[in-house]
Design a protein around this ligand. Structure first.
Ligand SMILES: NC(=O)C1=CN([C@@H]2O[C@H](COP(=O)(O)OP(=O)(O)OC[C@H]3O[C@@H](n4cnc5c(N)ncnc54)[C@H](OP(=O)(O)O)[C@@H]3O)[C@@H](O)[C@H]2O)C=CC1
Ligand SMILES: O=C1O[C@H](COP(=O)(O)O)[C@@H](O)[C@H](O)[C@H]1O
Length: 502
């Protein structure tokens, strides 16, 4: 454990502290940092919202969010004593002065040298105003550092993202801005670079000569729940593909950076975004499939159609599923399809990357009954975390020669510890000033310009909206997308745990 001196000290101001994200993700993440002693006693959390809560009511809410943990009441009370509530309308400029006074008091009380994280867990329309007021009213003018954490969505298309970026850049420099993509905080997403760049056996094969295709699936069991209002204006394309899925693609496809610094890694990722093949609006139907869930049974429960969910238009054209075929037009990846799919109300919760290697040039073991299966590298992101390598080995029966075998590393099983939550890592990184696992403006810009064409084609009805039964793996058109190339989606069931049970 680091000495106390090296632990980051800061006041974390959560705008939107009475909201869903704070309750579900942020309080528990800060608590875990406290329990693991990554932060010490010299921190404070100031929650901002319009509800007329007292510190006591705020602390009660925080306590409920961290309750599942089996820690002692002393630890919990000690943690809660760092939380303060400030009722505040972010649209009211005069309130910022009061907030500033509270933050100065926190600095003195906890011996914090003016370090501040402003975490915007609120709707994006407030981001520009908050950033501007923080600067104008002097809340960023301290002897320490100030950092702005911004939740998604970062705009809803390229023009709105540019506008938003302009607003916040008037008050904060790019280095002070931490745009959250929580997939970049996941253990196995962070492992992609290590798997690629620390293994002699993969890097030489990591190109279009040896890789046939790469498949990325992020399927969810949950439906739209109570986020219908937001989701109607977003859909799977903007909610998942524009950010999480394209970030994974960039990590899989980037060139090795010359150093493992934030700047070098970002610069390589940006090159991937730039190399994404632009598809003509009229061709989008051949590269992307959109679907919407209808009623069905998910894990034994009957669930309604998307159009029957709360705050959803009964004639909604919003996609809850998207599958796509991407090409990266550079020397390494020319001709290799990256297939991606994500959706709600699918058969299982699973995020996996499957790298399918090309077939060997001549198959000595081929017989008429059976063909050898391709080698696969499977990166299990969630719910299981690990790696599987699928190879071919000799069969012991006389009938045929080969059978696929799997070599598996299960991260959860081997370390026997819970890996940190994505938000926990990212908040800690921000406290340390490490922006590597946050998205740079250039990445946001290029990803929107890629996604806007798809969105435009769909708005212009240049590709049909298909449906899929809840509890399935998406519409049949998603399978056809690969079948036309002679490929198929590999199953994404919980392989690691299946193996463990055997
Ligand atoms: N929830 C989630 O799982 C995820 C959310 N996000 C993003 O995080 C952000 C927050 O989402 P979520 O927590 O779900 O949203 P909620 O609607 O649950 O919360 C909104 C928060 O904003 C506060 N608020 C609204 N208007 C004002 C105002 N004028 N002045 C001060 N406070 C105000 C509300 O406080 P009060 O009601 O007390 O005024 C509340 O705390 C959004 O950008 C969302 O897209 C991103 C990924 C996942
Ligand atoms: O950002 C989002 O991600 C979640 C899925 O996150 P995961 O960590 O559970 O895979 C998704 O449900 C939500 O719609 C989206 O906004």
């Amino acid at each position: 454990m680091k000495s106390t001196e090296n632990r980051p000290k800061a006041v974390i101001v959560i705008f939107g502290a009475t909201g869903d994200l704070a309750k579900r993700k942020l309080f528990i993440s800060i608590y875990r940092l406290f329990l693991s002693q990554k932060i010490d006693e010299d921190f404070a959390v100031v929650g901002v919202g319009r509800r007329p809560w007292s510190n006591h009511e705020f602390r009660e809410t925080v306590m409920k969010s961290i309750q599942s943990s089996d820690q002692s009441q002393n630890d919990i009370n000690s943690f809660l004593s760092h939380f303060y509530y400030h009722q505040f309308d972010v649209l009211e400029p005069s309130s910022y002065l009061e907030l500033g006074t509270l933050l100065t008091n926190m600095d003195e009380h906890y011996s914090i040298p003016g370090n501040r994280i402003f975490y915007l867990a609120m709707a994006p329309e407030f981001f520009g105003t908050i950033a501007k007021q923080l600067k104008e009213q002097g809340l960023t003018n301290t002897n320490g550092w100030s950092r702005l954490v911004i939740e998604k969505p970062f705009g809803h298309d390229l023009p709105s993202a540019i506008e938003l970026n302009k607003e916040i850049r008037e008050a904060f420099t790019e280095n002070q801005i931490y745009r959250i993509d929580h997939y970049l905080g996941k253990e196995m997403v962070q492992n992609i670079e290590v798997i690629r760049f620390a293994n002699a056996m993969f890097e030489p094969l990591w190109n279009n000569r040896f890789i046939s295709n790469i498949q990325i699936t992020s399927s969810e069991v949950l439906g739209v729940e109570d986020r219908g209002r937001y989701y109607e204006n977003s859909g799977a394309l903007k909610d998942m593909l524009q950010n999480h899925m394209l970030q994974i693609v960039s990590l899989l496809a980037m060139e090795p950076p010359i150093k493992l610094t934030t700047e070098e890694i970002r610069s390589e990722k940006v090159k991937v975004f730039k190399a994404l093949r632009k598809i003509d609006e009229n061709e989008i139907k051949n590269y992307f499939v959109r679907g919407q869930y209808v009623e069905g049974t998910v894990q034994g429960n009957q669930v309604p159609s998307y159009r029957d969910e709360d705050n959803v238009d009964p004639n909604s054209q919003t996609e809850t599923f998207v599958a796509g075929k991407l090409f990266i037009d550079n020397f390494r990846w020319a001709g290799v399809p990256f297939y991606i799919r994500t959706g709600k109300r699918m058969a299982l919760k699973s995020t996996k990357i499957i790298v399918q290697f090309s077939d060997i040039p001549m198959n000595l073991y081929y017989n008429t009954k059976e063909q050898m299966t391709p080698n696969l590298l499977i990166i299990h992101i969630q719910p299981d975390e690990g790696i599987t390598l699928q190879l071919n080995a000799k069969r012991s029966d006389a009938e045929s020669y080969t059978k696929p075998i799997q070599l598996t590393f299960n991260n959860n099983c081997v370390d026997c510890i819970n890996t940190p939550e994505a938000y926990e890592r990212l908040i800690y990184d921000c406290m340390l000033g490490d922006g590597t696992n946050f998205t740079h403006w250039d990445e946001v810009k290029y990803s929107w310009s890629f996604v806007d064409v798809i969105s435009q084609a769909w708005t212009n009805n240049l590709a049909p909206l298909t449906t899929y039964e809840s509890g399935s793996m998406g519409p049949k058109e998603s399978d056809s997308l690969l079948a036309t190339d002679g490929h198929n989606w590999w199953p994404v069931s919980d392989l690691l745990n299946d193996n463990k049970d055997r």
